[in-house]
Design a protein around this ligand. Structure first.
Ligand code: DC
Length: 225
């Protein structure tokens, strides 16, 4: 049995996936891949180029000409689009509000999934997103479906935003997160859903460390199988 495995972490917006995936990857010495950042990177470029978020063909063409690089950094992960650092830009309100529409296009997802599989070719990866266990890496040795209540997720985003220096209303965050959950779960292609063989982790009442420990524990078990 392999001693370096693939770990897929899926779940709704702001459930703590990225933070916990990053810590798990560090603990195991694995590569961390944030696939949401890839959809955000394309969304940012589409907005800059004034491309309609409903125009799947145009977006697919744009993605085919776009170089997206994820680099480990002290803050987690830097995102470069065509050589330009967009790490901060891809977290803007506008990108967040537009990304689900862009991620719903079949052609866009096909190209993204190809890129993501290439990134995961080397074993020893933790990849987070919405369709990793179901579509991108169906053969991942460990699949996690991470969730938390909408209230808790909105509160975490609120605190995170305050730390980054801007205030957002909790009610508005709750509405935005619920809307993104709906869009990501109801889309036709690779909707957000728990893979049959995924372990469900509800982080509502868990600390980041507890969740990361739980995943590392599950990973160690799979590695030693
Ligand atoms: O994880 P995130 O909030 O950064 O993801 C941004 C959006 O990208 C999310 O609303 C849905 C989409 N996404 C996706 O469709 N498939 C993935 N594997 C990752 C993200």
């Amino acid at each position: 049995m392999a001693n370096r495995i693939k770990i897929a972490i899926d779940g709704p917006a702001a459930a703590g996936k990225s933070t916990i995936a990053k810590i798990t990857a560090e603990k195991l010495g694995y590569l961390y891949i944030d696939t949401g950042a890839m959809y955000r990177a394309l969304t940012h470029k589409a907005l800059v180029n004034d491309i309609n978020t409903g125009d799947g063909e145009e977006l697919e063409r744009l993605l085919a000409q776009t170089d997206i690089v994820l680099l480990p950094s002290p803050q987690g992960q830097a995102v470069l689009v065509d050589g330009q650092d967009v790490t901060e830009d891809i977290r803007s309100q506008l990108v967040t509000a537009s990304v689900s529409a862009i991620a719903a296009h079949n052609g866009v997802r096909r190209l993204m999934v190809d890129k993501q599989r290439q990134l995961a070719e080397r074993a020893g990866v933790v990849m987070d997103g919405r369709d990793i266990g179901t579509a991108v890496l169906p053969d991942a040795e460990l699949k996690i479906f991470m969730t938390a209540s909408v209230e808790e997720r909105a509160m975490r985003r609120h605190i995170e935003n305050e730390k980054r220096g801007f205030t957002t209303s909790l009610e508005q965050l709750k509405a935005e997160i619920s809307e993104r959950d709906r869009a990501d779960s109801e889309r036709d292609i690779s909707p957000l859903r728990q893979a049959e063989d995924a372990v469900l982790i509800d982080t509502t009442a868990m600390s980041i460390e507890e969740a990361a420990d739980k995943i590392s524990e599950l990973a160690e078990k799979r590695i030693s199988l």
